[in-house]
Design a protein around this ligand. Structure first.
Ligand code: MN
Length: 235
């Protein structure tokens, strides 16, 4: 690792956030985190929306949202309604803009199991007032994530169970095949808005069954053919 030359900066720059990669000691350095809203019809319905008429839309989280596997998962401040959303995460090793869906998968390094943690009470307030979602979605520790599994090991998953349990009670139980916008389409749409880059993570939306979690709860997340993520919410 290159030593930071502190004569160039007033103070230490933010550290590089990274995730482990299955099969290698090399880490995946996280650049940005993009998230897709309402990408499973049954979840769109449970949030009170019509899943058939909406274009994909996006929000972001900062790198400090990442919680690597095995790291403490804190219960965040300023909420009484922290919700779990288990999601397939796409990890990019190449960038590009204005991609076609046919070319988009060439950017993908691998996949992971992530949780889009949401302060639902703050999101509800933001929606009501027409304000941004950042305080609901983009807090530190809001994107716990498994190790990344390279495409060369698992290919590009398009179907398979995606599930989340809280204290061994199944809360979310869907299938990747239910995604309204598929991974290549998501990348193509994103690349119209942002120039995608190596290190970008994309959370691809959650199936139905989102709900609250509390300090002390144990989360078990699994995506068939990809992997799993387990953590206990700290108090
Ligand atoms: Mn989500």
């Amino acid at each position: 690792m290159t030593e930071v030359d502190l004569t160039e900066y007033l103070f230490h720059p933010a550290p590089v956030v990274s995730l482990p990669v299955r099969g290698t000691a090399a880490l995946f350095p996280v650049r940005r985190i993009f998230c897709v809203g309402r990408n499973y019809a049954d979840h769109a319905r449970e949030m009170g929306h019509d899943p058939d008429r909406e274009q994909p839309f996006f929000f972001t989280k900062p790198p400090e949202a990442v919680v690597a596997p095995g790291d403490p998962l804190p219960y965040p401040p300023a909420t009484r309604d922290l919700h779990h959303e288990v999601e397939l995460v796409v990890a990019l090793a190449q960038g590009g803009r204005d991609l076609s869906a046919d070319d988009a998968l060439e950017l993908v390094f691998g996949y992971a199991v992530g949780v889009d943690l949401t302060r639902r009470d703050l999101q509800a307030e933001a929606k009501k007032l027409g304000r941004p979602w950042d305080s609901a979605k983009a807090f530190a520790g809001s994107a716990p994530c498994s190790e990344i599994v390279p495409v060369e090991r698992i290919g590009h998953p398009t179907r398979g169970r995606i599930a989340l349990s809280v204290d061994e009670e199944v809360r979310q139980d869907g299938d990747l095949a239910q995604m309204i916008w598929k991974t290549p389409e998501i990348l193509a749409e994103l690349s119209k808005l942002w120039t995608l880059a190596p290190g970008d993570l994309i959370f691809t939306g959650t199936p139905a069954g989102v709900g609250p979690i509390s300090a002390g709860d144990r989360l078990d997340c699994e995506i068939e053919g990809v992997g799993s993520y387990t953590a206990r919410v700290a108090g």
